[in-house]
Design a protein around this ligand. Structure first.
Ligand code: PLP
Length: 393
C-alpha cells in the first residue's frame, strides 16, 4: 500500500485478515459479505465445494456456520441452517418439506405468526393445513390424509404451554410417510431434544432462549443432511440471511443457556404454583403443574425442568388482564420472551392477534389470558410484583 493515496488507503488499509491466530479464546466475527479469490478457477473450486472456503454471506458465512455447528451439536442433527429470524427459519423448513398440493397437520395452538403463515401464506402456494388438537393422538390420526407431508408442533405450545407426545406422533406420522417438524423454542435443547424423540426437523426462534438477552432476531433449523441441503438452497434463493454479528451474539448466549434455563424453569415453577393458589386466578398453564392438561406428556417429553414460560387467566376478562399487566412494575409489557428479565404480554393483542377472536377463544386463548416470560431475577421479587398487581383487580 506504500505510495497509495489517502482515498485508496482508506479503502484497503487493514482490510485483510490477520495471520491465523488459532489460540484466541473466542472466535472472531467474520463481518465480510464476500471473499476474494486468486483466480476464477479457485472461485469455481470453492463454489462447488471441492475446496474449503466461502464465497458470499447470503450463501454461507464462517460465524453463522459456527452457530449452525453449535446448535447442530446441541440438538443432535447432521446439519443446521441459520436465518435472520425464527419465522424465516420455519418458513424455509416448511418450504423444504412441502410442495404445492401437500397437506400439513398442525397443533391448533401455535405461535400466531406461524398459524397465519400456514393458514394464509402457504394456502396461496396450494398447501393446506388442518389445525387439530395434537395432544390427542386420535385427532392426529383422524386428520392425516394421503397427501399429508408434515406434522407441525411446538414442544411447549405458545401460549397455552401444552405438550404433545412427540414419540407417539412421530411413530404415527412416519407410518404414513409424513415428517415431524418441531419448534423447540420454548423448551430449548436443555429440556428437550426432539430429534432424540423421533422428530425429523427441529426449529428455533433463536431470538428467544438460545440468545437469551433480547438483543437479536435469529432462527435456526436442524435436520438430516438432505433436508439441510434443501433448506440451504431455499435460503440462498430467498435471502433471509442472518447477520454474523447476530450469529456471534447467539453463540455467546448459548454459553450460558444451561444455567439460564435452570433458573428460568425453577422460577417459573415457583410462580406457577403461587398463581395456582391465588383467588383472582382461574387457570394456570404450565407443564410442570400436576393440574396441567398435558402433565403426562410433559413428563414423557421434557427433562430437567419445564421451561420459563407460563400463562394464566385472571378473573374479569380483558379488564382484569389489562389491570394486572399495567400494574406490574418489575415485569414489563414486552411482546417477546425468553430474555433475562421477567416480561408479560397479552396473546390476544400481540402474538395471536392474527387469529380470529372467536377461533382463538375456542382453542382456549381468551381475553383474560396473560402470558409471562419468567426471568432470572430473585423469585421473591417476581412473586411480590404479581402479588401487588393481582391485589388491584
Ligand atoms: C414459539 C415461537 N416460534 C417462532 C417464533 C417466531 O420467531 P421470530 O420472532 O424470531 O421470527 C416465535 C415468536 O414469538 C415463537 O414464540
Amino acid at each position: 500500500m506504500e505510495g497509495k493515496s489517502i482515498a485508496t488507503l482508506a479503502v484497503h488499509a487493514g482490510s485483510k485478515s490477520p495471520p491465523s491466530i488459532t489460540d484466541a479464546k473466542v472466535a472472531p466475527i467474520y463481518a465480510s459479505s464476500v471473499w476474494t479469490f486468486d483466480s476464477l478457477n479457485q472461485l469455481d473450486e470453492v463454489w462447488e465445494g471441492r475446496e474449503p472456503g466461502f464465497v458470499y454471506s447470503r450463501m454461507a458465512n464462517p460465524t453463522v456456520q459456527q452457530l449452525e455447528q453449535a446448535v447442530c451439536q446441541l440438538e443432535g442433527g447432521d446439519g443446521a441452517a441459520a436465518y435472520g429470524s425464527g419465522t424465516a427459519a420455519i418458513a424455509v423448513a416448511l418450504m423444504a418439506g412441502l410442495n404445492p398440493g401437500d397437506h400439513v397437520v398442525a397443533h391448533q395452538v401455535l405461535y400466531g405468526g406461524i398459524f397465519a403463515l400456514l393458514r394464509y401464506e402457504f394456502a396461496k402456494l396450494g398447501i393446506t393445513t388442518s389445525f387439530v388438537d395434537c395432544t390427542d393422538l386420535n385427532a392426529v390420526l383422524g386428520a392425516l390424509k394421503s397427501n399429508t407431508k408434515v406434522v407441525y408442533l411446538e414442544t411447549i405450545c405458545n401460549p397455552l404451554m401444552e405438550v404433545a407426545d412427540i414419540p407417539e406422533i412421530a411413530a404415527i406420522a412416519h407410518g404414513r410417510g409424513a415428517r415431524v417438524l418441531v419448534d423447540n423454542t420454548f423448551a430449548s435443547p436443555v429440556h428437550c431434544r426432539p430429534r432424540e424423540l423421533g422428530a425429523d426437523v427441529v426449529m428455533h426462534s433463536a431470538t428467544k432462549y438460545l440468545c437469551g438477552h433480547s438483543d437479536v432476531t435469529a432462527g435456526i433449523i436442524v435436520g438430516d443432511s438432505d433436508f439441510i441441503k434443501k433448506a440451504k438452497a431455499i435460503g440462498t434463493a430467498l435471502g433471509p440471511t442472518l447477520s454474523p454479528f447476530d450469529a456471534w451474539l447467539v453463540l455467546r448466549g448459548i454459553r450460558t443457556l444451561a444455567i439460564r434455563m435452570e433458573r428460568h424453569s425453577g422460577n417459573a415453577l415457583a410462580l406457577a404454583r403461587y398463581l395456582a393458589s391465588h383467588p383472582k386466578v382461574s387457570a394456570v398453564h404450565y407443564p410442570g403443574l400436576a393440574s396441567s392438561t398435558t402433565a403426562l406428556q410433559a413428563q414423557h417429553v421434557l427433562s430437567g425442568g419445564y421451561g420459563g414460560m407460563l400463562s394464566f387467566t385472571v378473573t374479569g376478562g380483558l379488564a382484569g388482564a389489562r389491570a394486572v399487566i399495567d400494574t406490574l412494575e418489575l415485569a414489563e409489557l414486552a411482546p417477546s420472551l425468553a430474555g433475562t428479565a421477567t416480561t408479560t404480554t397479552h396473546p390476544g393483542k400481540t402474538s395471536h392477534r392474527s387469529i380470529p377472536r372467536a377461533e382463538r377463544e375456542e382453542y382456549g386463548v381468551g381475553d383474560g389470558l396473560v402470558r409471562v416470560s419468567v426471568g432470572i431475577e430473585d423469585i421473591h421479587d417476581i412473586i411480590a410484583d404479581f402479588t401487588r398487581a393481582l391485589s388491584r383487580i
